[in-house]
Design a protein around this ligand. Structure first.
Ligand code: NAP
Length: 242
């Protein structure tokens, strides 16, 4: 049996309509998984690319939205990818920009993991969780206070949940993507000075593509990662090594 194969597994990816989530959903499908492509926007394009896949409407502005998802379907792999970012000087940052980001990026991740793990633990099944963290799980960033707080939170939660569930066969790990070309970073790439400063610091000398993240998610979702718990893998073109 190929330890990197996901044949026979079902995966749910949040925010699978675009960007990193779309690339992960496609890669999980290529590795053999049946993929539930979840999001607030249509995931039809992703489903069409995968084939053995379906769409699930899921708006994580309600952080408890994943609560009932695992009651009537067996899911082996949960990828918490959906995330938002709001930029403003900290002195002007609003409560809405704090709450909206924390709800989607952190509260929905915790309660999604909880609902997923409850179902797996009840059936005594092995399962995998892959959270999408960030360089801002380690660094401070600038003008993104709620995002930085949420992604530090994702890193902490990944370790805490790994501690609680590792012995019961649930692997909880995260990926910290570097600077990846998606909607999330459009404003940064449009700012010539920031774009240059970022590129100058990336040892690989280029922005990452969503596909650069996808195979690490496949690895963490596969039996090859059975003894990896609470890890946060940087996929950042060398940014954090600098
Ligand atoms: P993106 O293209 O903006 O994708 C974000 C995804 O999250 C979209 O599918 C979006 O759906 C979904 N989403 C947002 N709010 C949602 C909600 N309320 N309910 C359900 N889905 C929602 O950005 P991305 O770069 O691929 O981001 C994916 C993840 O990677 C995020 O967690 C982000 O923080 C993280 N990340 C990105 C980078 C980077 O450089 N791009 C770096 C580090 C970490 P809509 O299309 O409907 O908005």
């Amino acid at each position: 049996m190929n330890p990197f194969s996901l044949t026979g597994r079902t995966a749910l990816v949040t925010g699978a309509n675009t960007g990193i989530g779309q690339a992960i959903a496609v890669a999980l499908g290529q590795a053999g998984a049946y993929v539930i492509c979840a999001g607030r926007s249509s995931c039809d394009e992703t489903v069409a690319q995968i084939g053995q896949a379906e769409t699930l409407h899921l708006d994580l502005a309600d952080p408890m939205a994943m609560g009932a998802v695992f009651a009537d379907r067996r899911v082996d792999i949960l990828v918490n990818n959906a995330g938002i970012i709001r930029r403003n000087d900290s002195v002007d940052f609003t409560e809405a920009d704090w709450d909206d980001v924390l709800n989607v990026n952190l509260k929905a991740v915790f309660f999604g993991c909880q609902a997923f793990a409850k179902a797996a633990l009840k059936d005594d099944r092995a399962a995998k969780i892959v959270n999408i963290a960030s360089l801002l799980s380690f660094q401070g960033g600038i003008r993104v206070p709620s995002y930085t707080a949420s992604k530090h939170g994702v890193a902490g939660l990944t370790k805490l949940l790994a501690n609680e569930w590792a012995a019961q066969g649930i692997n909880v790990n995260a990926i910290a993507p570097g600077y990846i070309e998606t909607n999330n970073t459009e404003a940064l790439r449009a700012d010539t000075d920031r774009n240059k400063a970022i590129l100058d610091r990336i040892p690989a000398g280029r922005w990452g593509a969503p596909e650069d993240i996808a195979q690490t998610a496949v690895f963490l979702a596969s039996p090859a990662a059975n003894y990896i718990h609470g890890a946060i893998i940087n996929v950042d073109g060398g940014w954090l090594a600098r």
